[in-house]
Design a protein around this ligand. Structure first.
Ligand code: ADP
Length: 472
């Protein structure tokens, strides 16, 4: 068998998807946690010192400035100094046991800083490495923020805030170790999940694929396992229906072929036999024998016509010639013909005349088929009648017989082509098994409805409905 373009299997695609997800997540974690951690931390501290300076600048004219500075300094762990433009210190505090730069500044240094900051717009952040060394050998980074403030009361002050950025190196090492473990756990978990999902989704698909290949190979009895997630099990169920249909069609096809050849051969054998007898045996050249030949030829003709009709209807080769016509008159005309040809009077009950727009020839074929069946399958006395009734803009024609009836479980099947309830006695009855299939096709083409009610031993009523033509 020809194989289409091969892609990745579902399992591989799921695995790949999970792989990409894990890699992206891990990369994002590493970038944010390790590479950007230092910057992030520095920005947080910078925002803190700026906020501290803001807070102090609002208190410059207050009496309890010193206490305020002290408590702010202790809370935040930052050194805060307030001085004037000459570098004179007015207030200041540093948290205990801390070495700091601001401590080492002289008045002149502060004055120089004031001048520089004032020139540069009144505020400045500087980050530099502290001259002090931690016990573990690392040197802290320090942020120094200087802000020049002019109070509403005319004071000119400079607020200096110094804060340490604790080295994040040690934190990063811990984080890195954690991330290595996390990545490892993610890879293992991801692989397990991918495997489980693939098993759950891909396995049923693989089963369906296998069964479909068998089906394509012509084994229509294959069944698809309806397992896995909903879409997949629905797919399997749909394929099961399709496989059943295929198997039924195949079955019908074989049966049709067998039936057709049988039905063609029997009359042909009879015709040949009778003709030979009439030719060879003097005195057998009787009208009865000739009639048998004519009857068999007629039967052949009917069969071939039915087959042709059905195949034309099947292939969509038939276009309906819809014209308005008097259905009531048409039915009455057909029944009159039975009276004339067979001497069979079929009562017709109709309340009034009804017009329809349909293909008159095809509708008469429907009626002929239903009446022929009623005649063929009715009791000895052939009590058959036809009723026309109108309801809600639709006209119903029903043909009732007092025949053998049809078992309830067969009612669906009789509309199938070549279906016969009583296969044993096929030959004894006249039908080809195609009549109702033709009826069904014609009414489907008309958009009409049809059906049957039947009781075994009592009789059957076959009916069909068409829309009534309104203006007549
Ligand atoms: P057939 O040519 O054999 O009549 P149809 O397609 O017309 O084929 O009918 C299919 C089968 O339905 C018949 O073989 C018969 O068994 C059953 N059937 C049809 N009409 C009737 C009826 N009026 N009464 C009993 N059985 C019927």
């Amino acid at each position: 068998m020809r194989q289409g373009k091969r892609g990745l299997t579902v399992a591989a695609q799921i695995g790949l998807g999970f792989g990409v997800l894990i890699v992206v997540t891990a990369v994002l974690l590493w970038v944010f946690q390790i590479a950007l951690l230092g910057n992030f931390y520095r920005e947080t501290r910078t925002r803190l010192v700026i906020r501290l300076a803001e807070d102090v600048s609002g208190m410059l004219e207050e009496e309890d400035l010193d206490e305020y500075v002290e408590s702010l300094s202790n809370e935040s762990g930052s050194v805060i100094v307030v001085c004037d433009e000459m570098g004179m210190q007015y207030s200041g505090w540093k948290p205990t046991v801390r070495k700091c730069l601001l401590d080492n500044l002289s008045r002149q240094d502060r004055q120089a800083i004031f001048e520089q900051v004032n020139l540069e717009g009144g505020a400045k952040v500087t980050t530099y490495e502290s001259p002090f060394v931690y016990s573990d050998g690392s040197k802290p980074q320090v942020i120094l923020y200087a802000k020049v403030v002019r109070t509403p009361g005319g004071l000119v002050r400079m607020i200096l805030v110094e804060s340490e950025i604790t080295p994040v190196g040690a934190v990063v090492i811990t984080l890195r170790e954690q991330l290595i473990w996390l990545t490892f756990v993610m890879v293992v978990l991801g692989a397990l999940l991918a495997l489980m999902i693939a098993r759950f989704i891909a396995r049923p698909i693989a089963f369906i694929n296998e069964s479909a290949k068998i089906l394509a190979g012509g084994d229509y009895d294959t069944r698809f396992e309806e397992s896995g997630c909903r879409e997949v099990s629905e797919l399997a169920a749909t394929l099961n229906v399709a496989a059943r249909e295929l198997s039924q069609v195949e079955h019908l096809r074989r049966e049709l072929l067998a039936n057709v050849s049988h039905d063609l051969r029997t009359p042909l054998t009879m015709i040949q036999g009778y003709a030979e007898v009439m030719r060879d045996i003097p005195g057998e050249n009787s009208p009865e024998n000739a009639q048998t030949i004519i009857d068999e030829a007629k039967r052949l003709n009917e069969l071939v016509n039915d087959l042709l009709d059905l195949s034309r209807l099947d292939n969509g080769g038939v276009t309906l010639q819809r014209t308005p016509f008097n259905l009531t008159a048409s039915v009455a005309g057909i029944l009159a013909r039975y009276d004339k040809m067979m001497g069979l009077t079929i009562p017709f009950h109709a309340a009034g005349e009804v017009w329809v727009t349909a293909d008159e020839l095809k509708i008469s074929q429907v009626l002929y088929n239903l009446i022929n069946n009623a005649i063929n399958y009715s009791g000895e006395d052939k009590r058959i009648f036809v009723v026309q009734s109108v309801n809600a803009g639709r006209v119903r024609i029903s043909v009732t017989d007092n025949g053998e009836g049809i078992p309830a479980d067969k009612l669906q099947d009789i509309w199938e082509r070549y279906y016969k309830v009583d296969k044993e006695h096929r030959r004894a009855q006249m039908g080809t098994g195609l009549g109702l299939a033709i009826v069904k096709k014609i009414l489907d083409l008309h958009g009409g409805s049809y059906g049957v009610e039947s009781t075994v031993g009592v009789g059957s009523t076959f009916w069909f409905e068409l829309g009534v033509r309104s203006e007549e």
